[in-house]
Design a protein around this ligand. Structure first.
Ligand code: SF4
Ligand code: SF4
Length: 304
């Protein structure tokens, strides 16, 4: 059994990766006999490796998806595939047979299944992203960082996220810590699916409150408990966050991490603050989250 915990939050730049990398460090250091994987599923702009000081990502693999290859000797130009494709990847213009735009294709297989003449082959593939599995060792913490990186110009994040997460789960970790991208779309939902806990990182700004509301709606819908981490606490009024938090049944706990220049220093050095300056007020506040999470994870692992 793998205990899955997701760090998310909606808005970009709230400090999700800061929280996720520190939690990975702390959990791994305190559970040395457990296998931990940190999955950076922010496939459009992954940065956990930078915050962990990883110089080079390792064990590269292609993330492939289905791509329709049309056998024009069988195709009757009936147009069924064009109608079935909801991304507009297949077009038929000027009475010509169908043509597929690779970048618009999400690899959903709909065209393959609707083609009445079996003109679309099941064997076509194209590479949507790359994934990596990099060992991380830091002062007694040992875990694997799985990273997904979408190819330039690609826009279909959910299929890439699903496959990178599958690779992370394929390593059979006891604990999978997921760091999602920004937003609350379908890519985020697939990233956090099957989590026992959602850690929603936000900040005291109107945009932070708006996106927290959206991600907590997802947590409510999935009936998954959520902890809210207010990062950079003190930089703005928090009443609006309080109103949002009060509206959602999924919220179990609320933490505050004060703004600290040392956090920025730890980013720049690529050294989690819990390791770099454990006495900093930001680190002390974050350690409360990490300590509570450690207890939850231990109890889940005991239960099996
Ligand atoms: S696989 Fe899906 S997205 Fe791609 S061309 Fe076929 S129907 Fe469109
Ligand atoms: S559904 Fe099949 S036969 Fe019809 S246009 Fe598409 S590929 Fe050709």
């Amino acid at each position: 059994m793998t205990v899955i915990v997701s760090v998310t939050g909606g808005k970009g730049g709230t400090g999700k990766s800061f929280v996720a990398t520190n939690l990975a460090y702390y959990l791994s250091k305190n559970l040395p006999d457990k296998r931990l994987v940190l999955a950076d599923l922010d496939v459009e702009a992954p940065n956990d490796h930078i915050l962990l000081g990883v110089k080079r990502l390792e064990a590269e693999e292609d993330v492939d998806i289905f791509f329709p290859k049309i056998d024009y000797s069988k195709c009757t130009s009936c147009g069924a595939c064009v109608k079935a494709c909801d991304t507009g990847a297949i077009i038929m213009a000027g009475g010509r047979p169908p043509f597929v735009f690779p970048r618009l294709c999400s690899g959903c297989w709909a065209c393959y299944y609707v083609c009445p003449y079996k003109a679309i082959s099941s064997g076509g593939r194209r590479t949507l992203a790359k994934s990596y599995a990099t060992p991380v060792e830091l002062d007694g913490a040992r875990f694997t960082l799985v990273t997904g990186i979408l190819r330039e110009g690609e826009e279909h994040t959910p299929p890439a996220i699903i496959r990178v997460k599958r690779r992370a789960l394929g390593l059979e970790p006891d604990i999978l810590l997921v760091d999602t991208g920004a937003g609350t779309g379908s890519g985020i939902t697939v990233a956090i699916h099957y989590s026992v806990l959602i850690i929603a990182v936000t900040e005291p700004t109107p945009m932070g409150a708006h996106d927290l509301d959206a991600i907590l709606q997802v947590a409510d819908g999935l009936e998954t408990p959520a902890w809210v981490v207010i990062n950079r606490s003190g930089i703005g009024p928090e009443e609006i966050l309080g109103e949002v938090i009060a509206r959602h049944k999924s919220v179990e706990r609320v933490y505050r991490i004060p703004y600290s220049r040392t956090v920025i220093e730890s980013y720049v050095r690529g050294d989690p603050i819990l390791h770099y300056k454990p006495s900093d007020p930001g680190a002390t506040a974050l350690r409360r989250v990490a300590g509570d999470l450690l207890e939850v994870v231990k109890s889940m692992l005991r239960r099996g």
